[in-house]
Ligand binder design. Structure first.
Ligand SMILES: Cc1cc2nc3c(=O)[nH]c(=O)nc-3n(C[C@H](O)[C@H](O)[C@H](O)COP(=O)(O)OP(=O)(O)OC[C@H]3O[C@@H](n4cnc5c(N)ncnc54)[C@H](O)[C@@H]3O)c2cc1C
Ligand code: FES
Length: 481
């Protein structure tokens, strides 16, 4: 059974039962869940074929970031079914050819219809923990705020975290991640200063500060005094033969299926990466009743906290350090992997190959900032490996080199959810101070920065601090418009 009936932490609220058609066959699912979750629960893994080599493709990110799940829905090509809600009577088909654009839905340039225009003080792009905190901070200073969120719900990656957070009381230590997300959403809902535009994807930034976005195939635009980008991150994959087989998922996709949709990703999982995300998601898989065959880690030591590794050891899950995947095999779906040991230079050691049967490989090998928006706006950008890749150059209050554009959360450097909240606060405080009088500016800023520093004084904070220093160093800009 792919649906989770009982869970030690979560209860899944489902919509009414509906019927839809997949490749002509009738399937049942629940209204409002993603089409991907409904297909997954029905055992469908292959969603389409690649255009040129016709290789099978399945889910990868499950948050609308990649193009791994494109299907034809109700006669419309290129629908990302991981973020498409299921409706009664829907028709879903594999799209094993080049997409055909619907001229009704995608008019030519010059024919674009504007659905809505708005003017506001602060625009926040992305409703994850960074964006939600940024909105609340700006609203606290009397400013009008709009949040653009491409999904039907805010919360970002935080909504999938079922474990209790560490840290200080102020940072809501001891509270589960998804509860923190719900509390923030409730606070935003009752704040009359904040408007949330769901299902709205920010597409482009114009020099005068106008942001264009797409909602339901139509263009909407917002002109704001300050724009805060908090778009989060995307997950990395590794290069090995068969890495595109249906059944190879990013850790975030596994969390989306399992912790939000109540659908298990498969029966047996090989986890790749033993940082905190890999260790935590492995434990969450065990909680959902899924077997974790092994956690594979290329480095000679696992990178996550001991407390998370101990939970896996107690459940007899082997953590294979100095190992990686040599290749994955299967037909229309993953059937197994062959692992290899690595020497101290990360080279495969011949003769150490061993096979593991599995129907899921979960990739927890790091995230890269979703920083395209900064490039597009013409920000000075730097490549900082410690922060996950290209990030905008920032001043100490999170202003980018483009006036009126600020950065917060993973989009400006990969860290974790509590620091995303704090960087959201700092960026919005700076933006507010640039737009209006903020009487307690200094003490507020000092408080947020001290909390951030305290957070970064933990075992994994050194890397971030070093990345942050490099970001602020003079010169070294890799991209400048
Ligand atoms: C698998 C996984 C497990 C994790 N586990 C933990 C953990 O256990 N503990 C922890 O502290 N942290 C964890 N993290 C990290 C933490 O969740 C992130 O650091 C944090 O959520 C970052 O917050 P954010 O607001 O910057 O981005 P996100 O949470 O990613 O939110 C970004 C939001 O922006 C929206 N968006 C993106 N692009 C657009 C656009 N163009 N237009 C409109 N909206 C857009 C997205 O839909 C999303 O809602 C994990 C991350 C992952 C991927
Ligand atoms: S866009 Fe749907 S899986 Fe990535």
């Amino acid at each position: 059974m792919s649906r989770i009936e009982e869970h030690p932490v979560l209860t899944f609220r489902k919509g009414r039962k509906v019927t839809f058609r997949f490749n002509g066959q009738e399937i049942k699912g629940y209204e409002g869940e993603s089409v991907a979750a409904a297909l997954h629960a029905a055992g469908v893994r292959k969603l389409h074929e690649s255009e040129v080599k016709h290789r099978p493709r399945g889910l990868f990110c499950a948050i609308g970031n990649c193009s791994s799940c494109l299907m034809r829905v109700d006669g419309r090509d290129n629908v990302r079914i991981c973020v498409e809600p299921l409706r009664e009577g829907m028709t879903v088909e594999e799209q094993n050819r080049k997409a055909v654009m619907d001229p009704e839905r995608f008019p030519r340039a010059g024919e674009l219809r504007k659905q809505e225009e708005a003017v506001t003080d602060v625009l926040v792009i992305g409703g994850g923990p960074a964006g939600m905190n940024a909105a609340l901070e700006a609203a606290a200073h009397g400013l009008k705020v709009i949040i653009l969120e491409r999904n039907a719900r805010m919360g970002g990656q935080l909504s999938k975290q079922t474990h209790k957070f560490f840290g200080s009381e102020k940072a809501k230590a001891g509270t589960r991640g998804f509860v923190i997300a719900e509390e923030l959403m409730a606070e935003i809902e009752k704040n009359p200063q904040i408007r949330v535009w769901h299902d709205t994807t920010a597409l482009g930034y114009f020099r005068d500060g106008t942001v264009m976005a797409e909602r339901d195939g139509q263009i909407v635009s917002v002109k704001a005094g300050a724009n805060i980008v908090a778009t989060g991150a995307f997950e990395k994959n590794l290069v090995f033969p068969g890495n595109d087989l249906p059944g190879i998922y990013g850790a975030g996709a596994v969390q989306t299926l399992m912790n939000m949709e109540g659908v298990v990703p498969g029966k047996t999982v090989v986890m790749v990466g033993a940082g905190n995300i890999g260790l935590i998601v492995s434990y969450q898989l065990l909680q959902a009743g899924v077997r974790v065959a092994a956690v594979v880690e290329a480095a000679p030591r696992f990178g996550g906290y001991e407390v998370h590794a101990n939970k896996l050891r107690r459940a007899n899950v082997p953590i294979l350090t100095s190992h990686t995947i040599k290749y994955a095999y299967g037909g229309d779906r993953l059937e197994g992997v062959v692992l290899t040991a690595l020497d101290s230079s990360f080279r495969p050691v011949p003769g150490t190959e061993k096979g593991l049967k599995c129907d899921v490989v979960c990739m927890a090998v790091g995230l890269s900032p979703l920083s395209e928006f900064f490039f597009q706006a013409g920000c000075e950008m730097k490549f900082i490996p410690e922060l996950g890749g290209y990030v905008p150059k920032l001043d100490e209050d999170r202003r980018t080199s483009v006036k009126g554009l600020y950065a917060a959360g993973d989009a400006s450097g990969i860290e974790e959810a509590t620091s995303a909240q704090l960087t959201g606060r700092i960026a919005a405080l700076a933006a507010s101070a640039d737009l209006t009088e903020v009487p307690d500016l200094e003490s507020r800023m000092k408080d947020y920065k001290e909390q951030l520093l305290q957070l970064r004084s933990g075992p994994l904070g050194g890397k971030i601090l070093s990345g942050d220093r490099k970001l602020r160093e003079k010169g070294g800009v890799d991209y400048e418009k």
